[in-house]
Design a protein around this ligand. Structure first.
Ligand code: CAA
Length: 258
């Protein structure tokens, strides 16, 4: 039987994914990503799940792609396999929200995986960086693209070119991290945030995610139109009727996610 590197649990309407390869600080091998992708796909297809949390251990979210695996690969190996494409790349097509709950190291592919999630809640001991330059390569899983979008060009260049790590406070000031919490509160805080999201109307949540992501892909004109059309579309849902009626009647809405 294949070794399991991703623990999969549910907490109410929240899917919890825990990277579990402690001997190597959750280094991301292709097997890890395959298992993560499959678990996320299962939650995507499950009507009882409205949001996900992806976490690691208190020492490492993930210390990057698996250097031992990569060390001997040739150009033809990585090119032909389209390494970091495939399921790695497909993770970003997830439509339900995923919160990264980061403690300890989030380096290289680990930082990139966290950035691929919708937002990051980080513990006081979290450290972020793109140290690939120290290995004679560059970030290959979005670091040169998502990091400048998150923290701006100056800090992204600093991190990518020097390979230095930033602590959680620098990461929060720079806009990479949404919330900082004590290590022991990390999972609860992320699960509570995910439960809040999962209690909202799922179509509204998915459209909100698509709209925010669209702001990075298209002109303001196009993105505003995309947002407005999605806003209009939500008036075709039962949940819009329920949400607004509940407000008028001064009660909590009971969303049916349709
Ligand atoms: N790949 C494979 N193994 C890794 C690993 C990685 N990315 N990161 C850590 N490990 C292994 C170590 O080799 C070590 O294994 P052994 O016990 O068998 O020696 C074990 O995990 C524990 O690590 P350390 O002893 O090094 O722990 P530490 O606390 O002294 O240091 C660290 C922690 C600073 C994170 C250090 O492990 C480190 O620098 N790791 C590599 C970080 C890195 O360069 N990441 C980028 C990878 S390339 C990439 O991700 C490309 C991309 O864009 C997708």
């Amino acid at each position: 039987m294949n070794e399991s590197f991703v623990k999969v649990e549910t907490r109410g309407r929240v899917g919890l994914l825990t990277l579990d390869r402690p001997q190597v600080l959750n280094a991301l091998s292709n097997e890890v990503i395959d298992q993560l992708y499959d678990a996320i796909q299962a939650f995507e297809g499950d009507d009882n799940i409205g949001a996900m949390v992806l976490t690691g251990s208190s020492k490492a979210f993930a210390a990057g792609a698996d250097i031992s695996a990569m060390a001997g690969w040739s150009y033809m190996d990585v090119y032909k396999a389209d390494y970091l494409g495939g399921k790695w790349e497909d993770l970003r097509r997830t439509r339900k929200p995923i919160i990264a709950a980061v403690a300890g190291y989030a380096l290289g592919g680990g930082c990139e995986l966290a950035m691929q999630c919708d937002f990051i809640i980080a513990a006081e001991n979290a450290r972020f960086g793109q140290p690939e330059i120290k290995l004679g390569v560059i970030p290959g899983y979005g670091g040169t693209q998502r990091l400048p979008r998150a923290v701006g060009k100056a800090k992204a260049m600093d991190l990518v070119l020097t390979g230095r790590m930033m602590d959680v406070h620098e990461a929060e000031r720079a806009g990479l991290v949404a919330r900082i919490v004590p290590v022991e509160r990390l999972l609860d805080e992320a699960l509570e945030a995910a439960a809040t999201i999962a209690s909202m109307s799922l179509p509204a949540v998915m459209m909100a995610k698509e709209c925010v992501n669209r702001s990075f892909e298209a002109t303001l004109d196009e993105s505003l139109l995309f947002e407005r059309r999605n806003f209009h579309a939500l008036f075709a849902t039962e949940d819009q009727k329920e949400g607004m009626q509940a407000f008028v009647e001064k009660r909590q809405p009971d969303f049916k996610h349709r």
